[in-house]
Design a protein around this ligand. Sequence first.
Ligand code: SAM
Length: 363
Amino acid sequence: MPAVRQNLIVETMEAPRHDSNSDSQRTLMSYLIENSDNFAKLEKLKKKDWKNPAAYTHWQKRNMQANPATQDAVQQAFLYKMTQQIVSEMHMKTEALTPGKLGASKLQVLDICMAPGGFTWGALKYNPNAISYGITLPEQRGGYKNRFRLRSQNVRFMDVTMLASECGIDVIPDSHPDFARFLQERPFLDLSFQLIFCGGAVLRSTRDFNTDYPNPYERTRLTTSQLVLAMQRIMPGGTMVVLLGKPEHPDTTAILRHFDRFARIELFKSRRKHTLRSTFYLVARDVQSESHAAKAALEDWKARWYRATFGGEIGTGELEPDMDTASMASMIDEFGTRLIELASPVWEIQAAALLRQDFNVTH
Ligand SMILES: C[S@@+](CC[C@H](N)C(=O)[O-])C[C@H]1O[C@@H](n2cnc3c(N)ncnc32)[C@H](O)[C@@H]1O
C-alpha cells in the first residue's frame, strides 16, 4: 500500500506532551532504559533516526500529505479497511470483542469517535445480535464520514470534548470563546454497555476549526472526555478498548496504572498497521466500574478535562502540572515492573518497524 495512505491519522491520540525534558519524564525514561531491553533498543533506534535528515524529511512529508479528512474520500475508505484489519487482528489476539452479555438480555456496544466505523463493524461481526450505538464528530466540523450505517437514532453526531455536563460542569464561564459550543446533553445515559470503544484521534481537519484561540490541550481533552463518557456507561465486568500512544509517557502511564487497579488489562499493537507509530490499544476487561479505584480514576479524568478546558490565566486550558519527584518515585515503585511487562510488546513492535524502515527510500 502507498505510504501516504497509511498516514491518514495526522495526530493520533498520543498522550498530551509535557515538556519532553520534564523531570518526571526524564526519571521515568531513565528507569525504563535501565530496566527494559525492548525500551532501550527503541530509544536507541529513535535517537539514530533523529540524526538522520532522510528520516526527518520522511516524517515531514508524510504529515504534509495527510489532507483534512473531509477532502479525501479515498483515504477514508482506506482507513476503514485498515481499521477492520486491526480489529480482526486484535480480536484474534485478545478476544476483546466478545465480552458476553454479563447477565443482561442483550449485548450493547458503544463506539465513541465511531467514524468510519471499523470497530462497530467488528463488534457486529463477532456478535451478530448485538445492538450498536455510536458517537462521532459531524463531518461539517472536520469529522470522518461514517461508512458503517447504523439506525439514525443509534448515532449521535457531536464533539465529545464539549460534553461539559458529562464531565461534571453545568455552568460554563461566559468569557470562554467557545461558550456556545459546550453541551449539556449526556448521550445514551439511560443505557449501559458491555463493550465500549474509545477510538478518537485528534485530526488536522478537526484542529482547523479551533482557530479562535490556541488549544494545545486537545489531546488531553479528547482522551479524558472519552474515558469519562465510557466509565459512566460501562457495565460492571464489561470491556473497554482505548486508543492511546507512548506507554512510556507519564500521562499514558497514569491512565494504565488507573486501569490496572480496576480491570484486567493488556496492550495490543497491530503487527501489520501503524507499526512505526507509538500508538496502541489498551484492552481493559472485567472493568469494575463501581469500585473505589474506578471512581477515583473517573474523578481524576474529569479534573484533567477541566484543567485542559478551563484552566490557566485566561481560562481556556492549561498544561497538566508535572508529577513531583516523590510521586514519580512511588509510581515507579508501585507500577514500574508492571508497566514494562505490559508495554514490552508495543516497544518491540515499534522497534522492529524502525529497524526495517529505510528512510532513504522515497515512497
Ligand atoms: C482514527 S478515527 C476512529 C476510527 C473508528 N473508531 C473506527 O472504528 O473506524 C478517529 C475518529 O475520531 C473522531 N474525532 C476526532 N475528534 C473528535 C471529537 N472531538 N468528538 C468526536 N469525534 C472525534 C474523528 O472524526 C474520527 O472519526
